[in-house]
Design a protein around this ligand. Structure first.
Ligand code: ADP
Ligand code: MG
Length: 255
């Protein structure tokens, strides 16, 4: 390739914002020459590398924005611990079709059963397929909404939260929240209703949600909105932490 062509090509690729093609066109041109590849297959290889790089960058950006704890991923999640029905449900959810249908996912189970890990693993896989996901602890979310309410920016805050493809609200009802706190949470659920998927984990079955939403009407309305289009995962299994602790203990006893 002549020097003039290279210089002009670099300028063009810069103007077109194609940094990977710019970085790799010379090396790939040499390889193509040696392998006698056709012009289109050379161009295809180069374009594919640009696309790949872009997808990777986008995934990295989305993962950062999502605030998902990265260690809780699908590779570190032992699906064999889950009831067979839940494994099937998780596999279906991993296809991401529920996000297109704007369905919700509700995960129930005792502390340590793996609700948070399951949400996060699912969230990360959705990010990798290009979805915009936000992970929040219910308490932190509610506190942020209360601050927004105080600053008279609740509407904007709620609208911003509806822009995510998937909103993960972890640990609903872990602590007994006040009425004001629940009002903002309810406002969020109402705002997102049929506009995007919500993934909620909770230690409390629906029958105890009145402790969260305070009065029977609000509780029924919240459950109604969430359940309308939803998948319910019941992780009625023992705590992973306790199981691990027991295993470790019996190991030390054996030694
Ligand atoms: P929960 O949210 O239901 O209280 P967590 O998801 O926080 O439970 O799980 C508790 C701990 O056990 C975490 O460190 C988590 O990574 C681990 N854990 C739970 N279930 C599994 C599993 N099936 N495979 C691997 N680790 C698990
Ligand atoms: Mg949890």
């Amino acid at each position: 390739m002549s020097k003039d062509v290279s210089v002009e090509l670099i300028a063009c690729l810069q103007e077109l914002h194609l940094p990977t093609m710019q970085a790799e066109f010379q090396t790939l041109a040499l390889a193509a020459q040696q392998e006698s590849s056709s012009y289109p297959s050379y161009l295809l290889e180069l374009a594919e590398r640009e696309c790949q790089q872009r997808r990777q960058k986008r995934t990295e950006r989305l993962l950062k924005e999502s605030r998902l704890p990265l260690a809780k991923n699908l590779q570190t999640f032992d699906l064999k611990r889950l009831p067979t029905k839940v494994v099937q449900q998780v596999r279906t959810l991993l296809t991401g079709e529920f996000v297109q249908r704007q369905e919700n996912v509700l995960l129930f189970g005792p502390p340590g059963s793996g609700k948070t890990h399951c949400c996060c693993a699912l969230g990360q896989e959705l990010v990798r397929s290009g979805q915009r996901v936000l992970f929040t602890k219910c308490n932190a979310l509610v506190q942020a909404l209360l601050v927004a309410k105080r600053d008279l920016t609740l509407k904007t805050a709620l609208r911003r939260l509806t822009s995510w493809d998937v909103l993960i609200i972890d640990d609903l009802g872990y602590v007994q929240q006040s009425r004001e706190e629940m009002e903002v949470l309810f406002a969020l659920l109402a705002e997102r209703y049929e506009r995007g998927s919500v993934l909620i984990s909770s230690n409390l079955p629906f029958s105890k949600w009145e402790a969260i939403f305070k009065d029977p009407m609000t509780t029924a309305a919240a459950i109604d909105r969430l359940v309308h289009h939803s998948v319910i995962l019941e992780l009625n299994i023992p705590s992973y932490r306790i199981e691990q602790a027991k295993k470790n203990q019996s190991k030390t006893e054996d030694e």
